[in-house]
Design a protein around this ligand. Structure first.
Ligand code: MN
Length: 483
């Protein structure tokens, strides 16, 4: 098929035949990742990755060089391929720092930045066998033409070229997460390492990534919107299919149908007491009638992730014990969101949440006193974290750091009462978390996940009215046969 098309296009221009430029596919070069030419549905002209322009990538490198001390060199290797079995790789995910700096989405490369060099990229070389089996990859030409590297070499030249670059520098910074022997075993690297002159580059990259640009915020909002829509549909679906794995499958399907490349993490779908396991991911249980389900989900859109949690009763109504706890978590969530503004810190907001939850749990009769050590058992989590290209983004930035406009954080109060909890029986085995994404703005905050309801009345109304409107009889039959 492909050969026939090529032959035809040599004889007639498709433009002439079809009168439409988009059919002229013969001249589009495959560089191993989407480009405005190959994927006009994903990228606009001038973008290296969807939503992020060449200028923005160049500006990121400029800012990184401004942060790098004089006469130092930064080395960032791409993420490695991880294997699931001896021949089956896990889906590849690029290292966020490497992607942030280069825009390159493939494994096998090393990027080097220095004040006198700009960006030099060492690129993998495509062997005919690899191209046959895995398709095209980006090489030296693509590094220069698309990623706008100042210089590029095949990776096999790294051991000849990099040592001189290192020898000319007094300090090295590298991406510790993706460090590889190819450069770490170089004598020049070892020499600087032995004098304690090698440091983790993330102290600088995380500073840059912490504050999102308008283009990044657009992607963050889209990613959040996709996750909200997907979770809302899953919520509605849960009444008919109250099974953890089905809800996990549903949310993933809905995210990917809306353009997400993958989930940001394995969805947490905890029915009943499984909701009390903070990072529960077995998702293999049926949800009992009357139990809550806690779903913590997020997806990734062109490198930017979302992260939100809702807890609801698939049967359509909260019990009084569930409602008491839910109200406390919801009030804490709303109060903490209100505290989000420039100058506040995650630590301060966390401390407020602990005060509120301890007081509330004491009033309900679950905790004996404020400051009780059992509090930590019932809520071992922090109120939130930074969010961006990684789920726990910019980890080098302390939670004491005053928030600034352009930073995105999560607010996720919760309570996790194990079935074995010694306390009032009616609360045992209840796990609740309500997580929103909050963008810090000049004047305060914007909730990026506001489109998915969290009020009890809204949730109950949605679940009950939806089921009446959908002709549930046939679905009920399916549920009966699968149970
Ligand atoms: Mn989170």
């Amino acid at each position: 098929m492909q050969a026939v098309v090529r032959k035809l296009s040599n004889r007639f221009s498709f433009k002439q035949v079809l009168g439409c430029r988009m059919y002229r596919t013969d001249k589009i070069v495959d560089i191993g990742q989407p480009t405005p030419e190959s994927h006009p549905q994903l990228l606009k002209d001038g973008e290296i990755t969807p939503g992020i322009t060449t200028e923005e990538y160049i500006l990121r490198r400029k800012k990184l060089l401004e942060l790098l001390p004089e006469n130092s060199l930064a080395i960032i290797a791409s993420a490695p391929i991880k294997m699931m079995t001896d021949v089956v790789p896990y889906t590849f995910r690029q290292d966020a720092d490497y992607l942030y700096i280069t825009g390159c989405q493939q494994p096998g490369g090393v990027a080097v930045l220095g004040h006198e060099y700009g960006l030099w990229m060492f690129m993998p070389e495509a062997k005919p066998h690899d191209v046959t089996w895995q398709g095209q990859i980006a090489g030296v030409d693509v590094a220069l033409d698309t990623f706008k590297a100042d210089n590029a070499y095949p990776i096999r030249k790294l051991h000849q070229i990099l040592p001189d670059m290192i020898r000319g520098s007094s300090k090295l910074f590298h991406n510790v997460q993706t460090a590889i022997p190819a450069y770490m075993e170089l004598e020049a690297f070892q020499k600087l390492a032995s004098c304690d002159k090698v440091r983790d580059l993330t102290v600088y990259t995380h500073q840059l990534r912490w504050i999102k640009s308008p283009a990044e915020l657009k992607l963050m909002k889209e990613s959040a919107s996709i996750a909200c829509q997907a979770l809302l549909l899953t919520m509605l679906h849960s009444k008919t299919y109250p099974h953890e794995r089905m809800l996990a499958a549903k949310v993933e399907y809905e995210c990917k149908m809306r353009g997400a490349q993958r989930m940001a993490f394995n969805p947490v779908v905890g029915g009943g007491p499984n909701g009390s396991v903070v990072h529960y991911s077995r998702n293999d249980q049926k949800i009992k009638d009357g139990d809550l389900v806690l779903m913590d989900v997020g997806c990734e859109l062109h490198g930017y992730v979302s992260d939100l949690t809702r807890t609801w009763p698939p049967c359509g109504s909260f019990s009084s014990a569930q409602e008491e706890l839910y109200d406390l978590i919801l009030e804490t969530n709303k109060h903490c969101v209100e505290l989000c503004k420039p100058g506040a810190s995650i630590r301060q907001i966390h401390n407020h949440s602990v005060d509120m939850l301890q007081k509330g749990l004491k009033e309900i009769g679950i905790l004996k006193g404020v400051g009780s050590s059992s509090y930590h058992t019932l809520n071992p989590t922090a109120i939130g974290h930074y969010l961006g290209m990684d789920v726990h983004d910019s980890q080098m930035i302390s939670s004491d750091c005053p928030l600034k406009p352009g930073v995105v954080i999560t607010i996720e109060p919760g309570v996790y009462i194990p079935s074995s909890f010694i306390g009032p029986e009616r609360y045992r085995g209840i796990g609740i978390r309500i997580e929103d994404e909050v963008l810090i703005t000049e004047t305060g905050y914007e909730v990026l996940t506001a489109s998915i309801p969290k009020e009890i009345k809204q949730i109950e109304s949605l679940l009950n009215n939806f089921s009446h409107g959908m002709g549930m009889d046939c679905h009920s039959d399916m549920r009966a046969t699968s149970s």
